[in-house]
Design a protein around this ligand. Structure first.
Ligand code: TPP
Ligand code: MG
Length: 356
């Protein structure tokens, strides 16, 4: 892979562009007024949340390599600012749908670290009693309608939940997280169309990390950006720097408010990158020629926010360091809890099969 977009046939009006140009294409960052809507407490919460996700993922990587975590693991590290900036606007009453790369969404939506860690370790104390694992973490009490092994599987669930909210005249909002690969599934188009016709209280949050397994987004998408597809469904489409949590927070805030007021859906494309391979064990041979991508890959959303928050007087460096230490400790405790928890009993296979 060259780090350059593939040359398209003449008949396709897609411009050849470098990776850097693609990242920067009409991308929004936090405006000067974003900071006014950020209190010091909110900034601390968001930073702690990003640290929790990062530490959760680094530990998942470590214990997967050690053979303690079974199944598949897809890490969210590098994308922390998206789940954090979006979920910072949501309450337990609001819903999210997640993806196969879902740990970050669940942490940001208030998923219990111990219950999540035990779940990916396959232990009976896990949120799904150890029967779902990494790709099926759910916690209905927290509005987490579930991670999903089917690419694009969240669209129908999220849109259905939004229909429910509208029908019940509740002000609950739904956020549907999905990848750039999922944006090429048919159900994306069906659900955006229906959500717009019915002005549903939903926000579609695309996490464009530029890869679907080994397939680059610029190779597989007819449009340069995913946000521009919103035009076809008559809804706002915004492209934001997904490594800038203040920008994501601001952009998501507007979309969520719009949804809560009954004004309908928004499509947000968050430009990001995954720190690790598609799954743990992926040798990433398709990235042999890393080229221009490295510059973008090296931008760490946690550091971006540290600088922003200190510069704007929201927190001190010492406070941030303390939050980092707290997070490391919290995740270590979650690992210990998971390691010391029992495996599910074989009889548990017959439980929770049918709804009461
Ligand atoms: C319907 C379906 N097709 C294919 C797959 C295999 N698959 C798993 S993840 C993935 C790539 C998804 O890419 P993207 O939506 O960009 O999410 P990312 O992994 O980048 O977060 C594919 C093709 C699947 N799980 N489900
Ligand atoms: Mg992707």
């Amino acid at each position: 892979m060259s780090g350059k977009a593939q040359r398209m046939p003449e008949s396709v009006s897609k411009v050849e562009t470098s990776f850097k140009e693609l990242v920067d294409l009409e991308v929004r960052t936090a405006t000067d007024t974003a900071v006014k809507n950020l209190t010091s407490d909110k900034a601390k919460d968001m930073y702690k949340n990003m640290e929790d996700i990062r530490n959760f993922e680094e530990n998942a990587k470590r214990y997967f390599a050690a053979g303690e975590i079974p199944g598949f693991v897809h890490l969210y590290a590098g994308e922390e600012a998206i789940a954090t900036g979006v979920c910072a606007h949501l309450t337990d009453e609001d819903y999210i749908t997640s993806t196969h790369r879902g740990h970050g969404h669940c942490v940001a939506k208030g998923g219990d670290l111990k219950g999540m860690m035990a779940e990916i370790f396959g232990k009976a104390t896990g949120l799904g009693k150890g029967k779902g694992g990494s790709m099926h973490i759910a916690d209905i009490d927290k509005g987490i309608l579930g991670a999903n092994g089917m690419v694009g599987g969240g669209f129908g669930i999220a849109t259905g939940a939004a229909i429910r909210n509208k029908y019940k005249k509740s002000d609950r909002v739904v956020v549907c997280f999905f990848g750039d690969g999922a944006a090429n599934e048919g159900v994306f188009h069906e659900c955006l169309n229906m959500a717009s016709i019915w002005k549903l209280p939903i926000v579609f949050v695309n996490e464009n990390n530029f890869f679907a397994e080994a397939t680059p987004q610029w190779y597989s998408s007819a449009s340069n950006t995913i946000a521009e597809r919103a035009v076809a469904y008559n809804m706002p489409g915004v492209r934001v720097n997904g490594k800038d949590v203040a920008g994501v927070y601001e952009t998501a805030g507007e979309a969520i408010e719009r949804a809560r007021k009954g004004e309908g859906p928004t499509l947000i494309e968050c430009v990001t990158y995954r720190n690790h391979g598609h799954f743990e064990g992926d040798e990433q041979t398709y990235k042999a020629d890393f080229g221009e991508e490295k510059e973008w890959a090296d931008v760490d959303p946690l550091n971006v926010f540290r600088e922003y928050a200190i510069e704007n007087g929201l927190v001190t460096e010492e406070e941030l360091d303390k939050l980092r230490e707290e997070s490391i400790k919290d995740v270590e405790e979650a690992v210990k809890f998971a390691q010391e928890s029992p495996e599910p009993e074989p009889e548990a296979l017959y439980e929770d099969v049918f709804a009461d």
